[in-house]
Design a protein around this ligand. Structure first.
Ligand code: MG
Length: 368
């Protein structure tokens, strides 16, 4: 079965409330969807969000990379040659990790459909359920306390608290969240906002006040591996690398230096499932647990991440709340998101049947 063509579309979904981190503020999910078509009518789907602050990619750059470089490298190739397809994606253009991740999930979707297996089974997995945390955006302490109460009322028991925007407020933020959620698991994400010494000081203060922080994600600048290692060596809170780790090579460097205690794998950073599997293998060798994370994504790409997480035991923490943050779900099929519970079905591939309201792109530049 050959890939005969592709279509690109724009998927839009409003967020329940604006999403704020130390890096950005967003009110809608607007993602590029890629469809790969075969001669016998099968469709493989993938999705990529524009996360310019992290991967450098915009809607326009994702569309251009897929239309001009990545998808043309796939047309005419056999779906059965999975490795050849993945390497064609990898070699079609440098960088552009989210665009590549979208194309790769479409390829894996088709391949698993052809095998008549759900993707998680193709990857060797046995579990079909996950429990995700929920993200609390960075705001003033009162707003974050209110958002915490709201999350607990929806039965979430693990909270990922964004901090780092005006770090002087971070202790007060965590005090407010902990007071509202005495039993919850609280992990925090500074999104590169702190200096290494500031991070250690803040984390020392949090733990000595009994705020009981499970881990801190990306306390320092992405490229400051020395700083990341300094925090890992001196902080009472375990450290997770996020923006510091894109590629399998980044992962190897961090693992070999023990620059972090955990790593956060996101398909959009590493360029797709193939590289995520390489990172997972390296982490297993080093005995390092992984989190599976997502950007602000709708359900196509998060479903691919769910399949991966259900297949790999090294993924011990799940931060796949993208679909839960949207107030509408245009995707028919895929993983089922119900509060903190995520469930897979045994439909072949990603299990996605269609996307309502998908605006197909005809090649003219996107205007949003
Ligand atoms: Mg993060």
């Amino acid at each position: 079965m050959k890939i005969t063509g592709f279509r690109l579309g724009l998927l839009s979904a409003p967020l329940r409330v604006p999403f704020r981190t130390a890096l950005r503020e967003v009110s809608h999910v607007h993602d590029i969807v890629v469809e790969l078509h075969t001669a016998d009518g099968a469709v493989g789907r993938g999705e990529a969000p524009p996360t310019a602050a992290v991967t450098g990619e915009t809607l326009g750059s994702i569309e251009a990379a897929l239309r001009g470089h990545i998808c043309p490298a796939l047309v005419g190739k056999e779906v059965a040659s999975l490795e050849e397809l993945c390497s064609a994606i990898s070699q079609s253009i440098v960088g552009n990790t989210s665009a590549k991740a979208a194309a790769e999930m479409a390829v894996w979707d088709l391949y698993a459909q052809q095998c008549n297996l759900p993707l998680y089974k193709l990857l060797g997995g046995g579990r079909t359920t996950l429990t995700t945390d929920i993200t609390i955006s960075v705001n003033d302490p009162e707003t974050m306390e209110r958002d915490t109460v709201d999350a607990l009322s929806k039965d979430y028991d693990t909270l990922k608290i964004k901090v780092g925007e005006n770090p002087a407020l971070d202790l007060a933020r965590l005090r407010a969240v902990r007071a509202a959620a005495p039993e919850a698991i609280i992990r925090i994400d500074a999104n590169q906002a702190w200096t290494p010494r500031q991070a250690v000081r803040l984390l020392d203060n949090m733990q000595s006040e009994g705020l009981n922080i499970e881990l801190v994600e990306q306390p320092v600048k992405a490229r400051d591996l020395e700083g990341l290692q300094f925090v890992t060596d001196h902080s009472p809170v375990p450290v997770m690398a996020d923006e510091s780790m894109f590629s399998p090579l980044d992962a190897m460097t961090i693992l070999q230096r023990h620059a972090a205690d955990y790593v956060n794998i996101k398909l959009m950073k590493c360029g797709g499932l193939s590289n995520a599997l390489k990172i997972l293998s390296a982490a297993e060798v080093y005995g390092v647990e992984c989190m599976i994370g997502c950007m602000l994504e709708a359900k196509v790409s998060v479903t691919a991440a769910v399949h991966l997480a259900c297949a790999k035991g090294a993924i011990t923490r799940v931060d796949l709340d993208g679909p839960a943050l949207c107030s509408a779900d245009p995707v028919d099929g895929g993983a089922i998101f119900c509060g903190k519970h995520i469930q897979l079905t045994d439909a072949p591939g990603l299990g996605i049947h269609g996307i309502s309201g998908l605006r197909y792109l005809d090649g003219t530049p996107i205007a949003i």
